[in-house]
Write a protein that binds this ligand. Structure first.
Ligand code: SF4
Ligand code: SF4
Length: 387
């Protein structure tokens, strides 16, 4: 697919500006703006409509394809806020154009930025972007988990190597509910970093491997604590493989909610906390999952949820999407810092999310530029604690 395929989206952008503002607070609230890239870098070309202008200029030959475009195109966190707002206002979208620009930069061998070329090589060699040993992917487990099962937990690279406490909490919750489940012994990176870098070719081998391995393991349902992996399986794999996946997909919050409804998952321990919840972009805006995490939180004894101003589809990105932590770590921390500040304004003790990547980015910022005393945890950790 080239930019020409998105001609209608590009040409019909009227610069109405609906994609810039989270309408909930109107133009006078403290949290008006939707786009981390636009707010941080300021120039029109960093805002979504400006990217449409870039695409139009390139298509019409008024702009040259060159490395000078890269910062504008790759500082988008792919949070999807503009896409949602543009759809609401005009029935059109923005993300296909942004991803089209990335793919075209890769095709023309201008992109992606060098850091992401290195990440591609690392995924190729180690099946994870962290360059960790592939044969240590299951090392986070503190108890035996089979490699087969009707329910398979796809751990993801962040869950396997960095935020292992979240994966451990998933195991604890599943076991307490009596679920028989497995974790692949040859799970590969889902391909999220490659997709958002603009690569197309490597994704087919990755998708084929993961889907075949899960099929062989007997999967009827695959669950994900990582919304990034979940989104790639749900949206990219069927398109790449040209078929529906032979198993059902669920985020762990949806699956845990089902277990709760069946009476299999019981939460007993009072936690006595005031918390606020951050909607991960790939779980909320991209997949419409806003209620399951909130319903789970409501069922944890002694937990009070206070919402931030930007919530659900208007949630401010944590800065962890679209490869930003690899490419521009200080921009990721700046974006996360805005979220921490907003979370602090609720006077919560804890900022809770439902994504290992969000936890990683928010925690990183809370220790550095964002400096926050807020505790940052994943919802699964709270569930595990409350059992
Ligand atoms: S909301 Fe859509 S049409 Fe309006 S300026 Fe933004 S991208 Fe263009
Ligand atoms: S996806 Fe998010 S960061 Fe990217 S242009 Fe849209 S609002 Fe900005």
């Amino acid at each position: 697919m080239g930019l020409e395929d998105f001609k209608e989206l590009i040409y019909r952008c009227s610069k109405c500006g609906a994609c810039r503002l989270t309408k909930e607070k109107g133009v006078h609230g403290p949290y008006n703006f939707s786009c981390p890239s636009g707010v941080k870098f300021g120039f029109e070309s960093y805002w979504p409509a400006g990217k449409n202008d870039i695409a139009r200029g390139l298509m019409e030959g008024n702009l040259e394809w060159s490395g000078r475009l890269m910062h504008r195109i790759y500082t988008c966190t792919t949070c999807g806020t503009c896409d949602m707002l543009c759809h609401e206002a005009t029935g059109k979208g923005t993300l296909p154009v942004i991803m089209g620009l990335r793919k075209e930069l890769v095709k023309r061998e201008i992109g992606p930025p060098v850091v992401l070329k290195k990440v591609r090589k690392d995924i190729d060699e180690h099946h994870n972007p962290q360059k960790m040993a592939h044969d240590e992917r299951r090392k986070w487990m503190t108890e035996e988990v089979p490699a087969t099962g009707k329910v398979m937990f796809f751990v993801g690279c962040t869950g396997a190597y960095i935020r292992q406490e979240i994966s451990g909490a998933v195991v604890k919750v599943l076991k307490s509910a009596g679920t028989e489940f497995g974790v692949l012994d040859d799970e590969w990176c889902c391909g999220y970093p490659d997709y958002y870098a603009g690569y197309e070719d490597p994704l087919e081998e990755i998708a084929r491997h993961n889907v075949e391995a899960l099929e062989k393991a007997g999967a009827e349902k695959v669950i994900f604590a990582c919304p990034g992996c979940y989104d790639v399986f749900k949206k990219r794999y069927p398109a790449i493989l040209g078929k529906q996946l032979p198993f059902e997909l669920q985020h762990t919050t949806e699956y845990f909610m089902d277990l709760m409804e069946k009476g299999a998952l019981r939460l007993n321990k009072e936690l006595g906390k005031r918390i606020t919840y951050h909607d991960p972009c790939k779980l909320g805006r991209m997949n419409g999952c806003y209620d399951a995490p909130r319903e789970l939180l409501a069922r944890i004894p002694g937990l009070e949820l206070v919402e931030m101003e930007r919530k659900r589809e208007f949630s401010w990105c944590c800065g962890g999407g679209g490869n930003i932590p690899f490419l521009y770590p200080s921009f990721a921390r700046w974006t996360a810092g805005g979220r921490l500040e907003e979370a602090e304004s609720t006077r919560a003790d804890m900022l809770v999310s439902a994504c290992p990547g969000c936890k990683n980015t928010l925690l990183d910022a809370s220790k550095g530029e964002g400096k926050s005393a807020l505790e940052v945890v994943d919802i699964t950790e709270l569930l595990a604690e409350s059992i």
